[in-house]
Design a protein around this ligand. Structure first.
Ligand SMILES: NC(=O)c1ccc[n+]([C@@H]2O[C@H](COP(=O)([O-])OP(=O)(O)OC[C@H]3O[C@@H](n4cnc5c(N)ncnc54)[C@H](OP(=O)(O)O)[C@@H]3O)[C@@H](O)[C@H]2O)c1
Length: 310
């Protein structure tokens, strides 16, 4: 396990050394109520630049413990970055293996004790449970859990899909979400105003493209599981919502879609472009912040440029 945070049994560092606000304020956003936003210049003391627009308040997640899975790249990485920019302490699940090349902001956050970097393979039996154990060694309360790790693992025609392939897809995209959420429930209950945000997919509604049936079905499972959980956990003050990306330009599509297919998709999208991780991340922060979305639970936010309007 990488990282330097001391397990909770030992004395924690003073707050000032534990959490330092980042020097650079993150992506421009125009989300949420004015009280939770400020101009980039307000936060940095710098000059107002029109292109900076508004950002979430850099203290929106101060003193809040956040866990983001699948955050070594793609959507999860941007989600982790924006939580860090808003003052959270973040356990960043960087992926299956150690040694992934990580951007400077994560390494800086790690050295400043604002982030702890862990890895775990959620396709392996017990992978999610082991990760949960590692999380609980550092956090006795979890304010935000983002279950984002996932992928198609390949395109598998229905007729030739093997049991091993089926199990690997389900274990990663479905079982690990249940296992991690269950293991962290006591820590979510212990935190005031906790939120779970699960990444699903447009394919949960459309069925996805050929060869993605089990992946798409596993995302539909997570969407429905999240709704049921939202009802069940509401008495504990825990909100559960989903973000459902459309076609987002990450390594995901480098692996599973040709350039031609992506271009065809782009043309079919009302906003005429593919999405980016930056398009998706603000929705996670919005759903995680009780001050912004405290009356929203059991919902799925679709982020797809209008690809699916129904
Ligand atoms: N991109 C899209 O268009 C799109 C659309 C709908 C939904 N989604 C969903 O959005 C989420 C993020 O996807 P992305 O586009 O950001 O893809 P990505 O860039 O491929 O990132 C996927 C993340 O999940 C992790 N992961 C994959 N297999 C894992 C395993 N067996 N155990 C633990 N972690 C594993 C990856 O770690 P490694 O680096 O170790 O592989 C990586 O951190 C996924 O749940 C995906 O299904 C994406």
């Amino acid at each position: 396990m990488r990282g330097f945070w001391r397990p909770k049994a030992r004395a924690l560092p003073q707050r000032e050394t534990w959490l330092r606000l980042p020097g650079k304020i993150g992506t421009c956003l125009s989300f949420g109520r004015r009280a939770h936003m400020l101009r980039a210049s307000d936060a940095t003391g710098g000059t107002v630049r029109e292109e900076d627009g508004f950002v979430f308040h850099p203290r929106l997640f101060e003193n809040r413990n956040v866990v983001v899975t699948g955050a070594g790249r793609g959507i999860g990485l941007e989600v982790a970055r924006q939580f860090l920019d808003c003052g959270a302490k973040v356990i960043v699940h960087t992926g299956r293996k150690p040694g992934r090349e990580l951007p400077d902001f994560l390494l800086t956050a790690e050295s400043e004790r604002r982030a702890l970097l862990l890895h775990a393979d959620f396709s392996a039996a017990g992978g999610a449970a082991q990760f949960a154990e590692d999380v609980l060694a550092f956090f006795d309360r979890v304010h935000v859990l983002v279950n984002n790790a996932g992928t198609m693992l390949g395109r598998f025609p229905a007729a030739t899909l093997t049991d091993a392939e089926y199990e690997a897809i389900v274990r990663l995209n479905q079982t690990s979400v249940v296992a991690l959420t269950r293991a962290l429930l006591p820590a979510l209950k212990a935190a005031e105003g906790a939120a779970v945000v699960n990444t699903v997919s447009i394919s949960a509604l459309t069925g996805g493209s050929p060869g993605s049936s089990i992946y798409s079905a596993s995302k539909a499972f997570v969407a429905t599981y999240s709704k049921a959980l939202a009802r069940e956990l509401a008495p504990d003050g825990i909100r559960v919502n989903c973000v459902s990306p459309g076609t987002i330009e990450t390594d995901f599509h480098e692996r599973y879609s040709s350039r031609e297919k992506l271009e065809q998709t782009r043309k079919s999208i009302p906003l005429q472009r593919l999405g980016t991780a930056e398009d998706c991340a603000p929705a996670y922060l919005f759903l995680a912040a009780p001050s912004l979305s405290g009356y929203i639970t059991g919902q799925v936010i679709e982020i797809n440029g209008g690809q699916l309007i129904c």
